[in-house]
Design a protein around this ligand. Structure first.
Ligand code: MN
Ligand code: MN
Length: 462
């Protein structure tokens, strides 16, 4: 046998997805990118994504889960977990104890939350104080247009939704930075310290109300908020308000091959998990889509993946179908769908080139995440990876293997460990992403499309 023949038989090399997709797939990919971009424009917070998912699910015949109500194959149910996370299931024809095919993504993204007492006036300028949420490079957030999103629970218990900065007629909000001419001292600082958390103050206004007394600019801001939302300063104490980058998802590159948006992490995987389950009819095994909150701060809290809300939903499914939750979970499979670090040629040293994912090479499968010596990783088994490999190959999904950067440089986690801790076989997979956690992140249309195909393949696996 020649070395060429041996090479053909024995070696393996992933290929750029553009060399492999069909013209038909290109058309599907372009259409999918448009639907995904529309979702991104409508959903910048976990609440907005949950509300979107509920409306889309109800339009497709999903019904709220009713504990105790019998279910049968083909039924579609969901649980809206307090408006901040959602579980959707389509009941399969096989017994539930044969397991559930899950895709679990998260719908929260790094951002600047308002502090509980946010509003103040300094030197006749009104500001919000913020507390960053998740991992951010603080220096990236000044001097970009920002929008205010969230809800306020008023004194009478009524909840009002706030949105400023997304409508083209709206003003945007803004965090200032120091002029370069006077920045010699700032420029000596590290990137971590150049902009401090307590400098991430959002400029709200400069025009004082006519009249006497202190803080007339702040009073003006309160008057505007009160006229629009019926809220007062006391209501900030029972609010969830957050600053996110203003603006829409945009095509990036002269060839339009990429999409730039705030919060691809992890709504690119969330949408990829959601769309196929909305259209899923009569799966063999029960399929479930999980869209979780709080992943960026450790999956904690009532709406995070560690919450018992998930276990209660599974227990309710088991009640309605006559199955034991422990056995159901033990036979289930979860694709922990979260974005991956794509190789960036401008920062080549951050990755091991032989063990990283590349833009346009398809879904990035990760055996483990974590940091250092795999600390914090759920580290999927060979058999679990073998299952994913077979399912994706059979469905014609393009995929590649990824590790989370150069060992000892940093690291990260996903919801995978929390699913695996429940005795669910779990593998990490996601869309390769450039500039993860930046105000605008980049993904390729091809990879996003393949992630949707991967989710569908997992739901239909048996
Ligand atoms: Mn993520
Ligand atoms: Mn993240």
């Amino acid at each position: 046998m020649t070395t060429d023949e041996l090479r053909e038989q024995l070696t393996f090399q992933v290929k750029n997805g553009y060399t492999q997709i069909t013209p038909e797939q290109r058309r599907e990919m372009a259409a999918y990118a448009k639907r995904y971009a529309a979702f991104m424009d409508a959903c910048k917070t976990e609440r907005e994504a949950t509300a979107w998912a509920v409306a889309a699910a109800e339009a497709k015949g999903f019904q709220p889960m009713t504990p105790g109500k019998p279910l049968k194959a083909g039924d579609k149910v969901y649980l809206n977990n307090r408006g901040k996370s959602i579980f959707l299931a389509v009941i399969g024809s096989a017994p539930l104890e044969e397991g559930i095919n899950l895709c679990a993504a998260h719908i929260d993204s790094p951002r600047l939350d308002l502090k509980p007492t946010p509003l103040y006036e300094d030197t006749e300028i009104a500001y919000f104080k913020t507390n960053y949420y998740g991992g951010v490079k603080k220096y990236q957030w000044p001097t970009i247009p920002l929008a205010l999103h969230g809800v306020v629970c008023r004194k009478d218990g009524s909840v009002v939704t706030v949105s400023v900065g997304e409508d083209p007629e709206d003003p945007v909000l803004f965090i200032t930075d120091l002029l370069i001419h006077l920045a010699r001292e700032q420029m000596q600082k590290s990137l971590a310290e150049g902009v401090a958390a307590e400098q991430l103050n959002v400029l709200l206004g400069t025009e004082p109300l006519e009249g006497e007394g202190a803080d007339l600019v702040k009073l003006h801001v309160l008057k505007i908020l009160n006229e629009k939302y019926g809220i007062t300063e006391a209501d900030f104490r029972s609010a969830e308000l957050t600053m996110v980058p203003a603006g829409k998802c945009r095509e990036v590159g002269l060839d339009r091959s990429l999409l730039g948006a705030y919060g691809h992490d992890d709504r690119v995987c969330a949408y990829a998990a959601l769309e196929p389950i909305l259209n899923l009819e009569h799966p063999t095994h029960t399929a479930m889509c999980v869209l979780a909150d709080k992943e960026e701060i450790g999956s904690v809290g009532i709406s995070g993946m560690q919450s018992r809300a998930f276990d209660t939903f599974v227990a309710d499914l088991c009640d309605s179908l006559g199955a034991d939750p422990g056995h159901v979970l033990a036979n289930s499979f979860c694709l922990s769908s979260d974005v991956a670090n794509a190789f960036d040629p401008s920062f080549p040293d951050a990755c091991d080139r032989r063990n990283t994912s590349y833009v346009n090479y398809g879904v990035a499968i990760m055996k483990y995440t974590g940091r250092g010596g795999k600390s914090g990783a759920s580290d999927a088994s060979a058999e679990a990876l073998g299952h994913v490999r077979r399912v994706l190959d059979q469905a014609g999904v393009l995929w590649q293997i990824n590790t989370i950067g150069r060992v000892d440089l940093g690291g990260g986690g996903t919801v995978a460990g929390f699913m695996a801790n429940r005795n669910i076989v779990t593998v990490d997979a996601g869309v390769p992403l450039l500039c993860m956690h930046a105000p605008m992140e980049l993904i390729s249309k091809l990879d996003a499309y393949m992630m949707m195909k991967a989710s569908l393949a997992i739901y239909e696996a048996f």
